[in-house]
Design a protein around this ligand. Sequence first.
Ligand code: SF4
Length: 653
Amino acid sequence: VPSPGNRLEAARARARVRFFPYAPRPQQRELTALLARAVRSEAHVVAEAGMGMGKTVCALAACLPATLDGARVLYLTRTHAQQQQVMKEFRRVREAAGLPLVGVALQGRRHLCLRAAEEPALAEADADEFSRMCRDRRRAAELRVLGLPAEPELGRVGACPYFERTLRAGTVEMEDWARDTAPTAEELAARAGAQGLCPDHVVRTMLQDAELVVAPYAYALHPGLRAALERSMRAELRGCVVVVDEAHNLPDAARELWSRELPVEGLRAALAEAEQLGDPACQGILATQFVRALRRAAGELVEECLLEDDGPVPDGELEARLLAQLGCASPRLGQALRGFADHGERLRELRRREGELPRSWLGHAAAFVLRWQEADEAWARLVLAEPPRLACALLDAGLAAQPLLRARATLHLSGTLAPLDAYRDAVGLPANTPLHRFPAQHGQRLALFSADVSTRHGDMLAEPAMLARLAARVSELLGLGRKTMVCFPSHELLGRMLPRLPPGLGVERAGVGQAELMALVARFRAGEVRALACVMGGRLAEGMDFPAGQVELVVLVGLPYPKPSFRTRALVAHFEARCGRGWEYGVEAPALRRAAQAAGRLLRGPRDRGVLVVLDHRAPRLQPLLPDLRRSEALATEAARFLASASATPAGS
Ligand code: SF4
């Protein structure tokens, strides 16, 4: 903790430094001041800063002064594209400040690992498994470099050649270069990779004295990753100012990261493992007995409880079936589960020493049932289809996000966060957290909606011609020949409508790889593909920037309300019990934010112009987020007229 004298000196130094790299616009000055106040008073703040506002540079200019008195800045992003944007702005801020600040972009180890391309088990590993495997391979490399014999603990694990080279060559030169240039993770990986050095090691070496660390959400939400990051940074979260970028994604990311699933099919592998281990018994229950009982109970529950895509499992039902089949009482089952979890851990160790993927389905199954038993009202126990599985789904995102609140200050920013109180309550921020909305500073937009179409489930069932009518509207708009993004509420609807649309659309298919997606975007930007079809909430509609008029027309085909499911109902019930606003917080707010995010691809800067069309009679619900939205009976005509006049009169003229 800096002494009062040092703090005073730091405050003086701060006052002399100019962190904002451009002449700030009035709104930017206002946002930076708001964030800087939160940093100084060590508080939390939630702000919606509309498109084109430059919130990244405002956040950096507000946070980095705190590094002069010992704070660290942890900037959390959801996508790699956002991470790149932060590093680019950081370079400008650092240059304006004239200070040798160090910034590091951290990604999951697997993304940067050179060895994973040669060792499939590494590529397949989850975060915990990868961490164990990498640790062994690094230790084996250390022993080789030191000329020491292999440790029995390492078994047959071979040394990582990249780490060995890194140790022999050292990282001083790479670190110096990275300190000077503040590269993106991709730039650092390319340079380290070209020299055969482990990029992750370079990044982690730099973490200990970096003023700015840019990392994926998981590093703050996952307890293991968070602890590892704090160790590497040699700083605890309470010494950090945390920025949550595109914060509207945080609640879902937290729920996803903490939820656990058990595929019924995975229990086949658990059975094979139990046999491989010689069928050990815990509390008189054989491992094979336990797995068979669980497989049967899980299969029955999926069959009985599945409504459509998911279904609720009544309280105590899984345990009751297990106890009946195993003929034991609850405390004995609990002890047996802990015993099987230990056996699973032993198997992981065996596999680890063999240099194999340290995974145990037996251990996973036992740990899953223990988690299932412990789950309280913050969780939903359910069955899911395709593949059939049990799931313990986190409802209360605040449980995962709570440790964030230990930070010195937290700044939650997004282009579409309204209603802000819904976000505050979902994340578990204090009720007195300041909430601010800055209107979008976009160029000129014509925003229209059509009132005689909808993707509402009930409307589509009641009116069989609805799909054809929607397709006709989209086709008419595509016929304008403008650079267009057509955004659907789901891949399922996109797939159904595609055969009715004109050929030549670039389609964001479900599960498409990043490289393929980027190639599609490049073709669109180059004008080889005139229109993109994508999904609201997906990577194109949320994480991709299309500046300087790269998109002229955005069409939202309906609104992205979730399919009626038990998980959604459970989320509504959870928010209803907590704050009496179940539907609004659990369904309405996330759906409208996804739609507004997709609409936001249109105008990324004050000079952009374009047309937004919403094909849904529920569109007025979007008006708090898109106040200029109005009804039109002649979408294509109005859009064509506006775009023609826009071409003749550039924005800002
Ligand atoms: S040391 Fe680096 S290259 Fe080697 S396995 Fe670990 S992350 Fe991969």
